[in-house]
Design a protein. Sequence first.
Lengths: 384, 296, 98
Amino acid sequence: MRKVIMGNHALSYGAKLARARVISAYPITPQTQVVELLSEMCADKTLDAKFIKVESEHSAMASCIGASAAGARTFTATSAQGLALMHEMLHWASGGRHPVVLGNINRAMAPGWSIWADQNDSLSERDTGWMQFYCSSNQEVLDSVIQAFKVGEALMIPAMVILDAFALSHTYEVVEIPEQDKVDAFLPPFDPEIRLAPSDPHAFGGLTGPEHYFELRYKLQKDMEKAPALIEETGREYEKLFGRHLGLVDEYMCDDAELLFVTSGTAGYTANVAVDLLRDEGVKAGNLRMRVLRPFPFEAVRRIVGKAGKVAVVDRNISYGHHGIFYQEVKSALYGQANRPPLFGYITGLGGRDITHESFKEIAAHALAKDGADEEIVWIGVKR
Amino acid sequence: MKKDKKMTLTLPADELMSPGHLACQGCGATLAMRYMLKALGQKTVLCIPACCWAVIDGPYPYSCLDSPIYHCAFETAASTATGVKAGLEMTGDTETTVVAWAGDGGTFDIGIQALSGAAERNDDIIYVCYDNEAYMNTGIQRSSATPYGAWTTTTPVKHFKNRPKKDIVAIMAAHRIPYIATASVSHPEDFVKKMKKAKDIKGTRFFHVFAPCPTGWKSRPEDSVKLARMAVQNAYFPLFEIEDGEKVTLSLKLKEKKPIADYVRLQGRFRHLKDADIAAMQAEVDARWDRLLKSC
Amino acid sequence: MKEKRAKKIVYRSESEMPAMVISVGSQTHNLTGAWRNIRPEIDRAKCLKCGICWKFCPEPAIEIVDEWPVIDYDYCKGCGICAEECPAKCIVMAEERK
């Protein structure tokens, strides 16, 4: 069935089709429609789930963890300040190996109060041991929720499905809503081997000394290292059933790119338009959209970036005192590689400033005019 | 005593807590756990945040309880328990009792937001605060459950705590939850009776349990039960129930309310107090007791 | 109650450990009797069999065996609550025999 829905409702439909059993969430702009629709679905029993209307995001993630530990498939959604408040519990979910799925609407962090898009909220949680899926369309949002449960539960690692504030969260697009029985065939019920149950009592997460903690974290990393192959495999399985492919990265005209954009989120969609326009002008541009940041898709990035003429990494975020975060990550992935094309890092679109095809043309003009990066950070669109 | 006389046991015989745990000698919190599990039985899941019991249970990969435990974040006893209950129910287990088991710091201070949220929603959990009147696990720092006059490492003798203990029971009563009880490790039969009653009630049930701490109170380990009994008898920690936030019932009528001085003098944390300070404590206890009697 | 004097768990490598941070063994491997410097001794001649020592033991390290309270010295930490609470004063705290 095709429906015209907003990105936030794509998250709700994803959770519904995945048959989330416990949903615990707290409202925050621009996430509210996610939980409004889910609470309606729970109330009218079109979704057989318990919706816990908690008093904070911190409690939302805490109760998701409790429910997941008890063996229930669990979903929540938040944004920016709410995600930051959850920070402690994000570590708890991954360290405890609870495959919660969280929809995060990328929104700029205060102050000043901003409800508009940038990625500093989710990137501040980059090292919490969660998988991160950055979406560029509402269809991808819905599909990613279902896939995130599948991959997450196989590895017992939680996952964030991330979409830009307003550019996706409140934008209506045509979305194919998969049939429930097909989703059920793809995603069987969550049935963890070990759970909180009096019939098989364990103490979860007790005091862990230096003789054990290290190994537990080694195991988390080893399982995270299995994620790239599993995400690809899950994407192929999904494609067979539903006809849509999603993998670690999305390549657009990368093969012969003299100038390769590296993008994420909705800017990654806009970049495709810019690539077409640049190609019309005779510039062989391409776009590598990174759908997954954690686990980092080393193989794909090295392979695709390595064959480009020049590379322009576009960041809607910044690590103050360093650089854009995708830029850092791509740069570090190329260290020691034989093919290291000139790499440029651009910061743009902070706090919801539009990133348009004109922004990409400006980026292209800058990168094409230089032989190498002579300034670490290039700001696009800042008034100075 | 004659060989053939039977032992008198006033509590259920089943032990769901095993020895070998890491509690200090004479720990009141440990007694409280033992009694609670005797009342609730094995089909119980505990959510334990940072508190002495996070350590008492034993380190990974061990536990001293026969029931499952989720060791949760400091401020999340209530919210984790809410999630566990929802998760169990949605996977077909509607019988297991879910308990949030937290110290006074995790209840009165850092966990009060989550507790208030769960109580307002009337989530189907039993919340037990075992109160040893300071952050004992981190080394005796004051909490908002620390009484007026007490020394702690953050309220040194020259600046002892000069504010009264927060009235957590009144706060919980204001949430109009179905059941609230106070209990003391000196009165285990009363504790077990109330816990069994609470088990059969749906909604949020709150227990405030008095649990002496010889390490933090600078009292003798053998005095723990005695101190708890004195606190009941001098009305420092009266035993009562509140149903639906309104109906107050005294569990134990005091024929003669003992003075607080004897109780205070057995504890090193109060050693610096002058008679006038103890009189101030006594006045506060009297006022609270009067309010309680009037509310019955 | 879990099996007493349980074995210690030894993980030789991460591959033996479950992914989740869970307990798989009993804390009874930890013989806390070693903490004790005074030991309770019950005088059966004076014992009323009231069960109060059993009731107030925080370990618990007092079991009922053949209708008598019996102290398990592998676990008794020597807190002295049993002696303090005994109405018959039949428990004395004696110097620990090393």
